[in-house]
Ligand binder design. Structure first.
Ligand code: SF4
Ligand code: MG
Length: 323
């Protein structure tokens, strides 16, 4: 079992103008296995994109990090830009949230492939074109239709597939996909999820998918980690999270979405997650949680493991729980 990504007590924050650090990721430990699809789920502002960006190596200069992060067993000192240059784009690549913006509007698709292949691998135009054709075919596009086009001449779905092919052009085996389906309609969303699954199987990729949509997560992922206010609050296999979600926040995410073939009343929960810098005492979910107890407002629960299922909630922690 090869570890693709390992984070140990990883903290990531942003420095504000008064030099206060607003922590967006607070002491996360995760292990992502090679060739798995690992999903980070949560509402916006929970720190999932920050974690994804750290893995890709594209944190902004005003970010601050503590703890350890390793990619294929190579120590990534996230503050050390030079060190990361060797990893970024070669071991890890990003499928962007908005391909329309990520693609260069002034270059044809073939020119964009040439740029990647030439800068990373010094390929000439002919070889670059050959590889571009291959990759576009793999993502289900007709190369002849796409190569000479500018991004605006492609549909949203084609842009997304092109962006994926360009991300794969780096040769990286770890792909971080940040809300890859958010710009797509329901039909294209399903097609894209199937494509990611096929790419994982055919190219042996490790995919870290970031999404606010727990249903998309459960469709293709092997394991799901639910994030809330900068922490992982639950992590387990996809099957287990569907059949036996433990954390009240995970249950809330499931309650808020319709599930095909299951008759249920959709519940919407009041309140918003705290923003970095606005963290409260105790469990960060306590203001929204229907199960909150006294201890929840006093002390933040640590994540514990019960038969391979990790959860951070006083309901399951012997120190203060009642279960
Ligand atoms: Fe709810 Fe308490 Fe669990 Fe937090 S620790 S999720 S408030 S029961
Ligand atoms: Mg985000």
């Amino acid at each position: 079992m090869v570890l693709a990504v390992k984070a140990e007590n990883l903290w990531i924050g942003y420095m504000d103008e008064e030099e206060n650090i607003l922590w967006a990721v607070r002491g996360i430990s995760i292990e992502v296995l090679e060739r798995e699809i690992y999903c980070l789920v949560g509402e916006s502002g929970c720190g999932k994109s920050t974690l994804g960006n750290a893995i890709v190596g594209i944190l902004p200069p005003y970010s601050v990090t503590k703890g350890r992060l390793r990619v294929f067993n190579r120590e990534v000192i996230v503050e050390d830009e030079k060190h990361y240059e060797e990893i970024r784009g070669k071991l890890v690549t990003l499928i962007p949230q908005n391909p329309g913006k990520a693609l260069n509007p002034y270059l044809t698709i073939s020119e964009q492939f040439y740029y990647v292949f030439n800068s990373l691998y010094e390929l000439n135009k002919e070889n670059s074109l050959k590889k571009a054709r291959e990759l576009l075919g793999i993502v289900g596009l007709d190369p002849e239709q796409v190569l000479d086009s500018y991004p605006h001449e492609l549909s949203g779905g084609m842009q997304q597939r092109t962006a994926i092919a360009l991300a794969l052009a780096t040769g990286a085996k770890i792909v971080v996909a940040d809300e890859p389906t958010s710009a797509l309609d329901a039909n294209l969303r399903l097609q894209l999820l199937k494509l990611l699954l096929r790419l994982k199987n055919e190219l042996g990729l490790t995919i870290i998918m970031i999404t606010h949509d727990i249903l998309s997560a459960t469709r293709i992922c092997d394991r799901v980690a639910v994030m809330y206010a900068g922490k992982i609050v639950e992590e387990t296999s996809t099957r287990e999270i569907i059949e036996n979600p433990l954390h009240p926040y995970t249950k809330m995410l499931f309650d808020a979405v319709p599930i095909l073939g299951v008759k249920k009343k959709l519940v919407s929960y009041l309140g918003e997650p705290p923003r970095p810098g606005e963290y409260i005492k105790g469990c960060q979910f306590s203001k929204r949680c229907p199960k909150a107890m006294d201890i929840c407002r006093e002390k933040e629960p640590e994540i514990i493991e019960i038969n391979g299922h990790r959860v951070a909630c006083w309901l399951y922690n012997v120190e203060g729980g009642e279960k």
